[in-house]
Design a protein around this ligand. Structure first.
Ligand code: IMP
Ligand code: MG
Length: 178
């Protein structure tokens, strides 16, 4: 792995595919233990979480369901400050054990917009599983129950995460070069 260019910016290797998959297996094992005997519903937030959701879900061994919604708040490397629901929830979550599956909690804006909407629908429980968490970027408080990696406040691409639409197909994660 070496330095790559996405649009006008350079990125350097940060988390390898192997490291990511190993860590996801550990987090999946925690979820398997916590939800044993229940039938949780994973709600994956598109676009960024599609790879994480797939690899996490493959390692879930209790009966489980998954569905997808699409929220967006980013333009380029800066958050646009507004969250829009592009594809909404088509499942009844009342009395279900729900696990939100998100690529990254950055400012927390996206989940602080979405979580109250879910709570209104009275799930039996609601937890958040994220691939990446940037605590130093926090603007809105968001509970992060399962986290694969806590990372510094630097822009990353790959493994589903994009920079202006590109970079999602990278199988590992790269960090913006300073
Ligand atoms: P938040 O609403 O600020 O927490 O940001 C959440 C969304 O912004 C994520 O679902 C990502 O799609 C996007 N995002 C935040 N940080 C990054 C990053 O470093 N790289 C790529 N996308 C990011
Ligand atoms: Mg994005």
């Amino acid at each position: 792995m070496s330095r790559i260019k996405v649009h006008d910016k350079y990125f350097v290797p940060y988390l390898s595919e192997k490291e990511i998959l190993e860590r996801i297996k550990v987090v999946a094992a925690q979820i398997n233990a916590d939800y044993s005997g229940t039938k949780p519903l994973f709600i994956a937030i598109l676009n960024g979480s599609f790879m994480f959701a797939a690899d996490l879900f493959k390692n879930i061994c209790t009966d489980a369901e998954i569905c997808f919604i699409k929220l967006a708040s980013y333009k380029g490397t800066k958050t646009s400050g507004q969250v829009v629901t592009a594809i909404g929830l088509d499942m009844d979550i009342k009395d279900r054990h729900v696990i939100i599956t998100e690529d990254i909690v950055d400012t927390g804006r996206t989940l602080s917009y979405f979580i109250p909407q879910l709570i209104n629908q009275q799930p039996a429980s609601l937890k958040v599983a994220v691939l990446l968490h940037k605590p130093d970027a926090k603007v809105f408080e968001v509970p992060v129950d399962y986290c694969c990696f806590t990372i510094p406040n630097k822009f990353v691409v790959g493994y589903g995460l994009d920079y202006d639409g590109l970079g999602r197909n990278l199988s590992s994660i790269y960090q913006l070069e300073i």
